[in-house]
Write a protein that binds this ligand. Sequence first.
Ligand code: UDP
Length: 467
Amino acid sequence: MSTFSATETTAPHALLLPYPAQGHVIPFMELAHRLVNSGFAVTFVNTEFNHRRVVDAAGAGASGCPRLRLVGVADGMGYGGDRDNFVRLNAAMQEAMPPQLEALLDGAGEGLGRVTCVVVDVGMSWALDGVKWRGLPAAALWAASAAVLAVLVGAEKLIRDGVIDDDGAPIKLENNSFHLAASTTPMDATFLAWKNMIGGRDAECMVFHYLTSTTWAAAAKTDVLLCNTFADLEPAIFTTQNSPAATILPIGPLRTWQRSTTKAPVGHFWRVHNEASLSFLDAQPHGSVVYVAFGSLTIMSPTQLEELALGLEASGRPFLWVVRPGLAGKLPTVFMHHGRGKVVEWAPQERVLAHPAIGCFLTHCGWNSTLESIRNGVPMLCWPYFTDQFANQTYISDIWRVGLRVARTDNEGMVTKERIMERLESILADNGIKERVERLKEIAEKSMSEEGQSLKNLNAFMESIRK
Ligand code: UDP
């Protein structure tokens, strides 16, 4: 006999499957909380490897919410597999995960009832076969810009038009730009995001095929492609007639910090250094602090790391710098105990960016970091590393004009401490940038207000999958 009441077992129940990377798990977790707040139960599926990290980082209570079930499934990489090798990881997941996911889809849901709908990452669209076969409503979420997604959706046409070849290499760019559809405004070549890979042409070709095939499968097998963006942020994409963006639904910016279901952040791979970060900021003057963080994947050479340390020190500005566990050992020891700056292994980034002491954000331009900076009205210094981060830099520095580039060119080798100091001075003195980012912040807030288009889209989407 069941120990659960009828209302518990008949509620809508969404299974969420993010790609196993920090910048995907965080927005998926926000979507999970939105769903829970509107009456859904959620089964949140991480790889076992990431599930353990999330639970360890969150500590007691983990999800902090009984209607949000955190689950781990084996990714097929075995103990100690090289999970930074995305090609191998993708192949291993496709082999190992389907039977485990099907068991979750067919299971009784541990008191939450059976799964009634599914949202997968666009990068995990192979998982949709089992979902469609069961007749469940399905959507895919893209955790980067709509511009990059639209380019991927429309890549077949770009090939037909001779803009890129079958392997994604550009063949017909005019002034380093291309058109997504007839009569559209030209797009900068950085929006061909696979072009910015570390590892040269082979890596670019592999990423192009992976991204296009997973995107096309997601578009073919779901009712909607959700995107963590808002239409007013990317008007060239959303107002273009016959654009591939017709299938994209903007539901952002998904807020990654403030939620009613839990007070602490959930979904982080590392323990968040809340107190150390915030008490440091509390002691600094308004608008003075440089926040430095390069996301979850960026790697800097030890010499570049040291040069950055010297530049920050020489700037004379207070700074809060995130150096992920394992990378801090490469910093000069003297620097680690510096009075003016604070180094932490993982910060509560949203709260940091919302703090009045913050003056600017030195960022790798990950999409989540970009949205978080906008949402908090913080000017950005761009230091991209790979993939869509160069497109985001183009948006930040050339299109929205809410930040500056650090490097003079995208192929520049070492960025010197003098250049870092000069850039910090420039951005902190630039009132135009500050005004523009404040304006964008207001538009972002409006898009997720009761009257806002993104929130309306999100609510309509949730209604459409509530059965
Ligand atoms: N983040 C954080 N604390 C840190 C550094 C990053 O909470 O010290 C979060 C950040 O707020 C963002 C995510 O990690 O939500 C990183 O995603 P992003 O897309 O910016 O970069 P990625 O890690 O995917 O390169």
